[in-house]
Write a protein that binds this ligand. Structure first.
Ligand SMILES: [Zn+2]
Length: 141
């Protein structure tokens, strides 16, 4: 269900942006999603395609790419990606099932993730936002 609220959020941003820029038809929307939100791209697309009907984004295609969040340990300075701590994240996912906290509050991630080098929980997360990377409008080459 999370996909639907994300889809709605993306669509709303695109529509607001288009209105501000006097654009009346959107062709393509590119988004980058942090991989550890575990959003299903297919469901997100389906949500977007359903929600866009009747809006200026009706004929647009949603293009989804995933990006790996990067973490920095404040204790030892180690920089690591989600791939290095995926087992810890999976553990949390198993415990909480579909609605596990990372889904809703990615800011909580450091509570579950330990630095693979020194074991500290003092972790900074970067690039965990869903980002609209680009919007193509009709008339764009
Ligand atoms: Zn560390």
């Amino acid at each position: 269900m999370h996909e639907w609220s994300v889809g709605e959020g993306i669509l709303r941003s695109v529509i607001d942006w288009a209105k501000e820029n006097n654009i009346n038809s959107v062709k393509r929307v590119k988004v980058a999603i942090p991989s550890f939100t575990f959003l299903e791209a297919d469901i997100l697309k389906e949500a977007y395609d359903t929600l866009k009907k009747g809006t200026i984004a009706e004929n647009s295609v949603l293009e989804i790419s995933f990006k790996d969040p990067v973490f920095k340990c404040r204790n030892c300075g180690n920089i690591f990606t989600i791939r290095e701590v995926i087992n810890e994240v999976e553990k949390v996912k198993d415990e909480f099932g579909e609605e596990y906290p990372l889904h809703l509050m990615s800011g909580l991630a450091p509570a579950f993730i330990k630095c693979p080098k020194c074991g500290s929980n003092d972790i900074e997360v970067s690039s965990q936002e869903i980002m609209i990377k680009g919007v193509e409008v009709n008339g764009t080459p």
